[in-house]
Design a protein around this ligand. Sequence first.
Ligand code: AMP
Ligand code: MG
Length: 493
Amino acid sequence: MTDSASVTASADTAHDWSSRFTALGSAFFTHLNPSPLPAPVWVGRSEAAARSLGLPPSWLDSDEALQVLTGNQLLDGMKPLASVYSGHQFGVWAGQLGDGRAILLGQTPSGDELQLKGSGRTPYSRMGDGRAVLRSSIREFLCSEAMHGLGIPTSRALSVTGSPAPVRRETIETAAVVARTAPSFIRFGHFEHFAARDDQIALRSLADHVIDRFMPECREHPRWPGKPYAALLEQVSERTARLMAQWQSVGFCHGVMNTDNMSILGLTIDYGPFQFLDTFDPEHICNHSDSQGRYAHQRQPNIAYWNLFCLAQALLPLIGEQDEALAALESYKTVFPAAFEARLRDKLGWHQAQPGDGERIDATLRLLAQQRIDFTIFWRRLSGAAASADYAPVRDLFLDRRAFDDWLPGYLARAQAEGGAPDAALMLRSNPKFVLRNHLGQQAIDRAQAGDMSEVSTLLRLLERPFDEHPGHEAYADFPPDWASSISISCSS
Ligand code: AMP
Ligand code: MG
């Protein structure tokens, strides 16, 4: 094997793979090829992702796809690159970072960027080896598709491939590559990078690229006439606010909300030590490396705002007026609570907003926290109860049945005020039956490490359609086993 990927042309995938990101110029990236890995095997493949990218799903059956998506081969027209960015990590300016183990292969027929993660060292690898291990790659693959299934904006994952090549972490593990896609992988940190260098020309090019490709409405914004960069900041604030509302409503903890992991498009990106809550604990810290609890579940919305503030500072030279930057950020403070309440109303089966909903929602969440109720099971059982009018299965979740008996009449009365029972159909499509709990991911990882990839496929199938019943798969929707709470997920990946 050579130490650099070879190039082939393919009938199936022939199209112009060149990425529009390259138009930004050489200050933004370095061209380089992925470093090959020996003896790659498929670990997981998403046909749905392939379809959405405009790639024939049958391509995923080919050896060519296996080689390309592991970084061993390039398709005609691909000009791979790693991009440079900076960022704040755990609240502290970290200086230059960049794609240390991600390499952009090019643009798919749908116009999305196709990126390999774990495909070898880049000029931005710093002390890292440029690799990713099988364990964390399976988690990223499954969670990307799970979030998409939940209707939450996210990067997608086309595949995960594994190789016997050893990778040193706390122990020796094996290498894997995730092929992931997004309309763009531009992060807050890309803007911070050029702002920190006082390179206003590059900063403006980057902002113009994002506006022209993804948010052209910023050029003609009624609230921001002639102020496209303030409009951009407001647009990113609103997208991020809606994303946080969605994360909080499904009990998702990201784990590493550093500004270099924040998408300028308001997507969930960079899946590391993430977790879906089992019992509802607002203070839960999913990242073992986060000793201060900076990214604890309930802090995520405020952290997102803190990160937006960093973005605002980076954009300030373009926006000009500090007051305008602050005004653009301000929208976060109205959009987040409104979006969160709307999500929770759906989960509760209520339709129109009514005065007092905020307090009702808070009281419900306080109750779940006090009683340490399983978050996903509570909402799904409540949906079933709304359909059957039998609330006993929900009541059974409470150690203190009186607490539930005190809550239920108010809940039903609120629905009655809209003229009936809670809307069970709305609830069943708002409250997933299946989420990627840590122990489910772990079981798939344990099997894959022993060479059996079937659990990755099974989980993918369930998580792609998390609101469906999937008869015969009840165990995947059950309470976590006792050992789940001892799973320790750190930044090591
Ligand atoms: P993360 O917090 O995992 O998103 O990573 C933070 C930074 O470290 C990014 O610039 C990554 O590209 C880089 N990085 C993480 N792991 C590695 C690795 N094994 N090799 C090279 N760079 C890495
Ligand atoms: Mg990252």
